[in-house]
Design a protein around this ligand. Structure first.
Ligand SMILES: C[S@@+](CC[C@H](N)C(=O)[O-])C[C@H]1O[C@@H](n2cnc3c(N)ncnc32)[C@H](O)[C@@H]1O
Length: 170
């Protein structure tokens, strides 16, 4: 399942409904662990955030924490060294964060780790989902990733991030 939300309360509730005892959870944008703390104690949690505030707070929790930018290939590779599987992927880079970047992060991380479920907190993607009307073509995934791209693996170079962020290059 791919679950979308904007309100942080819904994001946390959706995660708690989908995470099962013993699951491996990859959490992108954990900040100081407000959601991380809610996962069952026997989950294997790998959390990533690039905020300096996260470092000391996440060290207090019994999880693997990586201080880094989720858009960077070496950060995905670091997580891949810790775990090659993921039951639930949680993505919250800030509810108002650029939807294009969040979607790209979702696509790359989910096609790499193939989670059973992905929960995304992002207003723009939710607005797009709620506003778009699809054609009758039955293209759908029951998993936490897009089946169309399931064999993509870890991209060797995420060129598009370099092209589009943080600003347009000459
Ligand atoms: C709204 S906070 C997350 C709150 C957290 N999910 C919770 O439930 O308490 C968004 C976090 O995303 C992090 N973030 C934003 N862009 C990021 C990036 N490119 N790489 C890593 N972390 C990022 C920010 O540092 C911030 O801590």
């Amino acid at each position: 399942m791919i679950k979308l939300g904007y309100d942080v309360k819904n994001y946390r509730q959706d995660l708690l409904e989908l995470v099962e005892s013993g699951d491996t959870v990859i959490e992108l944008g954990c900040h100081v662990g407000g959601t991380t703390r809610l996962f069952p104690d026997d989950c294997n949690v790998v959390a990533v955030d690039n905020s300096p505030e996260a470092i000391d707070e996440m060290a207090k929790l019994d999880v693997s924490f990586i201080s880094g930018d989720v858009r960077r290939h070496e950060v995905i590779a670091e997580v891949f060294k810790i775990t090659q599987s993921c039951d639930v992927l949680a993505i919250d880079l800030g509810g108002g964060y650029h939807p294009d970047t969040v979607f790209k992060v979702f696509y790359i991380w989910s096609s790499t780790f193939k989670p059973r479920h992905t929960v995304i907190r992002n207003r723009g993607i939710l607005e797009f989902y709620n506003s778009a009307v699809g054609s009758d073509e039955e293209i759908i995934s029951d998993e936490g990733y897009l089946g169309t791209y399931h064999d993509s693996g870890i991209p060797p170079l995420i060129k598009e991030f370099d092209l589009w962020t943080p600003k347009l290059k000459k």
